[in-house]
Write a protein that binds this ligand. Structure first.
Ligand SMILES: Cc1cc2nc3c(=O)[nH]c(=O)nc-3n(C[C@H](O)[C@H](O)[C@H](O)COP(=O)(O)OP(=O)(O)OC[C@H]3O[C@@H](n4cnc5c(N)ncnc54)[C@H](O)[C@@H]3O)c2cc1C
Length: 705
């Protein structure tokens, strides 16, 4: 009997803030048996606030200031759920998420930051750009830079964030725009020692920043903020006093008068001890601290220790946090001012900035280079790394050799005169049961759509990871909701516990009427989704794929083929299949009608961003070699390794490949693009084949440069 290590405790971390990244790291370094850690964040990256001014000044790019949460979770063995938290029920112990089912927990921790209070100034919601959430601002800043040449920018707020931002912008724009900074205090950096304010003011004056101190902004208009008079600005940035997300107060958690969650010295909620909190969204009752990234960072180790204790049924212990944090304010041009309690130091030259840069980069490396030794070990022994999703299928040769005539070609099997069916089995590659069920369902149903079947139904056989009953219930709830969200009746099923989350889905549909047209030489081949999912998912396991590439790949996986099939139905001439585990060429090999061959243009193949880079970085899905061997005989030429890698890449929830007459290509592609299959492309054509020839009828032309 297999020894079981059931999941006993669900820890859910809400928000990828500065404290939570340390919790993720600490629990990966020293895992607690039976503890499952799940991070919910609205983005796969989290921006490190301390480096934002440097980014604005042009000293860093966006990747340099972003913690790769996706990688940290994958390599740390944690689950990552991308979602927007909209509510919390502290009694039922669930988070409400936008557009998907609520997620339950045994212990939770909240580190979601804060945002400027847009309601505090009339017109702010419509006309100002808040600098928080920082990821939103950073993205907005990049777009804004690319698209516009603002002549005048107003920054509302003269605290540390506003001052750094103004200095960074002045360094970046070098007098190309007029800068204004407005604060109702008569001096800058009013919460810091006066020497810091004087340093900042001098720098601002040297750079020609127009200061409006001792003035209160009463309104923000499309033409700029208004104090006693209008300050003309094309862009108004809001760096003012913050407020906590509304859902925290609405949840019934004990909060202070401004809506910040109250936590005691163990970082547990004052009202609900199973819920911890840290960073800008909390009020530390036991040791008040200002809202600054440095204190969120400091909370990390104590928080990790206490959530670990709770998971082990031990009592959380009081944590301490230094009262003073070293604050280094950069001027965007290489100089900085250091503040420690009442002390202010501004050395000439770049020494202080270099020091700050060193500290910031060390902090980032701690998270972004986490697990480097483990990755190196996995790369040294690739056979120990097995892909899930479609990259984990048994190869086509083994199937052909052992299953013989049972390994029939075709996307579906005839169940009766009127019905067809198919079954698909995949292991979880997404660490998110709801998303996994959706993608597994879309993937399985694709066979029916490829065959033109209608009236789809589904039966599910699910293996859930060993867990205590409450956790099994949670997981099954997520899986059920994922399947149900597809809008296809689930008419039966079966469940079991097992080593890992797996879905075997049987799909049944009404057989399509016999085709009235036949595929002919010269017909165009249309592919509805880009290739590269297998490479992206395999690269993700090693933390080697950019999180945005993961995001794009998952969006394509979640795109249903039903509508594409409906669009293609009136045009399809004879070849209809979907691209899954055996790759594009593997599926063409089995599905091109007798007597015909196929020619594919490498240049015309749509690719997912990051897929080619993953191949070039040495990433190889488990089944790739077997896929390549299986088509070797049919290929009349040997494509380059890169092209071959992409054309044999196993696709989880890949697109349809359908032949249409060349005169219909324009109409077909226009309809597919309009329906959201925006990377659909004409990728090749059907050719002639000598009767009964197995060799040299599959061709790849137009190699990449
Ligand atoms: C320009 C600027 C410069 C700054 N420089 C410094 C500095 O040098 N030093 C310093 O100490 N402080 C600095 N700060 C202050 C700093 O930004 C904050 O104090 C800090 O980011 C708070 O960290 P946190 O961990 O609490 O939250 P955050 O860093 O805001 O992280 C919260 C995370 O939770 C996620 N999240 C939020 N809401 C949801 C939701 N509903 N659902 C899902 N996910 C969610 C977000 O995507 C984010 O990843 C600066 C601020 C600004 C604006």
């Amino acid at each position: 009997m297999t020894p079981l290590a059931p999941i006993r405790h669900d820890l859910v971390l809400a928000g990828g803030g500065h404290a939570h990244v340390e919790v993720l790291r600490a629990l990966a370094m020293k895992p607690v048996p039976g503890l499952r850690v799940t991070l919910i964040s609205r983005s796969r990256t989290a921006i490190y606030s301390g480096m934002v001014p440097g980014y604005v000044a042009g000293q860093y790019d966006l990747d340099e200031i972003s913690v790769n949460l996706d990688r940290l979770c994958v390599l740390g063995g944690h689950r990552f759920i991308m979602g927007e938290i909209e509510g919390l029920d502290p009694v039922a112990q669930t988070f409400a998420l936008r557009g998907r089912p609520a997620l339950g927990f045994d212990t939770a921790s909240i580190n979601v930051g804060s945002t400027p209070d847009l309601a505090a100034i009339p017109g702010a919601a419509e006309h100002a750009t808040p600098v928080k959430p920082i990821e939103g601002f950073a993205r907005h800043f990049a777009d804004w830079q690319a698209e516009t040449h603002a002549r005048s920018i107003a920054i509302v707020g003269g605290g540390a964030g506003g001052v750094e931002l103004a200095l960074a912008l002045s360094a970046r724009l070098d007098q190309r725009a007029m800068l204004h900074l407005i604060d109702h205090h008569p001096s800058l950096l009013s919460k810091l020692p006066p020497g810091a304010g004087r340093w900042a003011q001098k720098r601002m004056e040297q750079r020609g920043v127009s200061l409006h101190l001792g003035q209160r902004v009463t309104e923000i208009t499309a033409d700029g903020p208004r104090t006693q008079a209008l300050i003309p600005a094309d862009l108004t940035l809001l760096v003012t006093g913050s407020k906590a997300p509304r859902w925290i107060e609405d949840s019934g958690l004990s909060c202070d008068e401004r809506g910040f969650m109250r936590v005691g010295n163990t970082l547990q909620s004052r009202s609900h001890p199973a819920i911890f909190g840290a960073g800008d969204c909390v009020n530390y009752d036991a040791f008040p601290r200002e809202k600054a990234g440095v204190f969120a960072v400091r909370a990390g180790p104590g928080l990790a220790d206490n959530v670990r204790r709770l998971a082990l049924d031990a009592t959380p212990v009081p944590t301490t946090m230094q009262q003073r944090g070293l604050q280094l304010i950069g001027d965007g041009a290489g100089a900085a001012c250091a503040i420690w309690g009442p002390f202010v130091l501004s050395a000439p030259g770049r020494a202080l900035f270099r020091w700050k840069d060193h500290i910031d980069r060390l902090w980032m490396d701690r998270y972004n280079h986490f697990g480097a030794a483990m990755v190196a070990a996995m790369e040294a022994q690739p056979e120990t790394m097995r892909c899930s999703g479609c990259g984990g299928k048994v190869g086509p040769e083994i199937l052909r050799d052992t299953m013989g005539e049972l390994a029939v070609s075709g996307d579906v099997a005839a169940l009766s005169e009127a019905q067809v069916g198919s079954v698909d089995l995949i292991r979880d590659a997404f660490d998110d049961p709801y998303l996994f069920a959706r993608i597994a369902g879309i993937h399985a149903l694709s066979d029916l759509y490829a065959a033109g079947a209608t009236n789809p139904r589904m039966l599910s056989a699910l293996t859930l990871p060993y867990a205590k009953p409450a956790i099994l219930r949670r997981d099954l709830e997520q899986l059920k909701n994922g399947l149900v969200s597809l809008g296809v009746p689930v008419i039966g099923g079966h469940t079991a516990e097992g080593a890992e989350l797996t879905a075997a889905l049987t799909v049944v549909g009404d057989k399509a009427p016999a085709a009235s047209t036949r595929a002919r030489v010269g017909d165009a081949l249309i592919l509805t989704k880009p290739l590269g999912v297998g490479l992206i998912l395999a690269g993700r396991m090693l933390g080697k794929v950019h999180p945005h590439a993961v995001e794009t790949a998952l969006k394509h996986c979640e795109q249903d083929n039903a509508q594409a099939a409906r669009i293609l139905e009136p045009y399809a001439t004879g070849l209809r299949t979907d691209v899954t585990g055996f790759g594009l060429l593997g599926h063409l090999q089995t599905e091109v009608p007798d007597g015909l061959g196929a020619c594919v243009s490498a240049k015309a193949i749509p690719l997912l961003p990051g897929a080619l880079d993953a191949f070039r970085a040495g990433i190889r899905p488990t089944i790739l070699d077997a896929n390549q061997r299986a088509t070797a005989q049919a290929l009349c030429n040997a494509p380059s390794p890169e092209i071959s890698g992409l054309l044999h890449d196993p696709q989880t929830s890949g697109g349809l490949v359908v032949s249409v007459t060349q005169s219909d290509v324009e109409a077909v592609l226009a309809a597919l693009h309009a329906a959201g299959y925006d990377q659909s492309a004409w990728i090749g054509r059907l050719t002639s084949r000598e009767p009964a020839t197995d060799t040299g009828w599959l061709e790849v032309i137009d190699p990449w440069e």
